[in-house]
Design a protein around this ligand. Structure first.
Ligand SMILES: [Mn+2]
Length: 333
C-alpha cells in the first residue's frame, strides 16, 4: 500500500465521525468524489458516521445525492477527521465570513487532482495528478482495500459521471490509460448514459437569454481574440437576474467566444455579485494558441493554458475591462 494511503487508512480507523467537504460551487467531479468517499468508507467501516456537507446538491440526478447535508454554514462539529475532495485547501471550500471550520485542529486529508494545489501545512495530501478527484478516490480505495475492493452499482455510476465531466467526455489531455481502466471497471458493473448526461448538462435556463443578448451587444474581436462584458447599468436597464447573468456568462465562455470563425481565444467579464466594486474575468483558449494562464496570473488570478480566471477591483465595468485589456496587451504584443 502507498504510504499516504496507509496514513489515510490509519486516520479513518482512528475516527468515529468523519466530515467530507468540497470546493465552493461544486461541479460534478466534486459531488461524485465526495459521495464515493463516503460510500467507500461505509463499505469498509459500516459503523462509521460519515457526513457530507455542501451548500447545494447537484442539478442532475446522481446516486445518493440526497445524503448530502445542505448547510448554509460549515461549522466545526463532532467530527474526528475532515476530508477535503477536489480542492487543495480549506480556503477553496469555505466562506470565511460565515464558516469557522478553518480554525479546526482536527486532522485533514486532502484528495485532489489539480496541479496548482496550494499546500496547506500539516494536511495529508493525496494527489497523483489524475484526471479527476473521482479517479483519485477510486484509485486510493482500491489500494486501501486490496483484495476486498469492490464497486457497488452506485459507486460505478458516480465513477463514470465524475470522470466524464472532468475529462469532457475523454477529450482533455488529462485522460490517461489508467483513467480508461478505472472507467472500464466501473462500466462493467453498471453503465450510465453519457449522451443523456451531456444533453442535460448542456441545458440552460430561459432567463439567461436576455443576458446573452446584452453580453453580445458588447462583442469585440481583436485579431484572434474575442470578448464580451456586462456592466451594472445594463443589468438594471434590462432587468437581468444574477442567475441569468451567471448562466449567460458560462454559456458564452464555454460554447461561444472561441468558436467564432477566426477567433481562438477570448474572455467574458462580469460583476462579482458577492462584493461591491468587484468583477470577475474568465478566459478560454484553444490548444496551440494563446496561453491565457499567464494573462490571468498578470491580473492576480490563476488557471491553466486554456482556462483561467481572475478577480478584479473596479468602480465600473468599463474600468474593469480596461484593466483586463491592459494585461492582455502587456502579454500579447
Ligand atoms: Mn475536479
Amino acid at each position: 500500500m502507498l504510504q499516504y494511503n496507509k496514513e489515510f487508512k490509519q486516520l479513518i480507523e482512528k475516527s468515529k465521525n468523519i466530515l467530507i467537504i468540497t470546493h465552493k460551487s461544486p461541479d460534478m467531479d466534486a459531488f461524485c468524489s465526495m459521495i464515493m468517499t463516503k460510500k467507500f468508507i461505509e463499505l469498509g467501516y459500516p459503523k462509521m458516521n460519515v457526513v457530507m456537507k455542501a451548500r447545494q446538491t447537484p442539478t442532475i440526478n446522481i446516486p445518493c445525492m440526497k445524503e448530502i447535508h445542505v448547510a448554509k454554514e460549515i461549522k466545526e462539529g463532532d467530527e474526528d477527521l475532515i476530508i477535503i475532495v477536489d480542492a487543495g485547501s480549506m480556503a477553496q471550500c469555505l466562506d470565511y465570513a460565515k464558516d469557522n471550520l478553518q480554525d479546526t485542529s482536527k486532522p485533514i486529508v486532502v484528495i485532489d487532482h489539480h496541479t496548482e494545489t496550494t499546500n496547506s501545512k500539516g494536511d495529508l495530501v493525496i494527489n497523483e495528478i489524475r484526471s479527476s478527484a473521482t479517479e483519485q478516490v477510486f484509485a486510493t480505495f482500491k489500494d486501501i482495500y486490496g483484495k476486498n475492493f469492490r464497486i457497488t452499482p452506485d459507486i460505478a455510476q458516480l465513477t463514470q459521471y465524475g470522470i466524464v465531466a472532468d475529462t469532457g467526455r475523454f477529450m482533455y489531455d488529462s485522460t490517461t490509460p489508467d483513467t480508461l481502466r478505472v472507467y472500464a471497471d466501473a462500466k462493467q458493473v453498471m453503465d450510465i448514459d453519457i449522451e443523456e448526461m451531456s444533453y442535460k448538462f448542456g441545458k440552460f435556463p430561459r432567463e439567461s437569454i436576455p443576458a446573452v443578448v446584452s453580453y453580445l451587444k458588447t462583442l469585440q474581436i481583436e485579431k484572434d481574440m474575442a470578448y464580451v462584458y456586462i456592466n451594472e447599468e445594463m443589468i438594471v436597464k434590462n432587468g437581468l437576474t444574477k442567475q441569468g447573468v451567471n448562466e449567460a456568462q458560462a454559456f458564452l465562455r464555454d460554447k461561444y467566444i472561441r468558436f467564432i470563425q477566426g477567433v481562438h481565444w477570448g474572455f467574458v467579464l462580469k460583476p462579482d455579485f458577492n462584493y461591491p466594486d468587484s468583477w470577475f474575468v474568465s478566459f478560454r483558449s484553444t490548444k496551440g494558441y494563446q496561453d491565457v494562464g499567464i494573462i490571468a496570473k498578470e491580473l492576480g488570478g490563476g488557471g491553466h493554458e486554456y482556462a483561467a480566471a481572475a478577480p478584479l477591483k473596479a468602480k465600473t465595468g468599463e474600468e474593469a475591462l480596461e484593466k483586463v485589456l491592459e494585461a492582455v496587451h502587456k502579454i500579447v504584443i
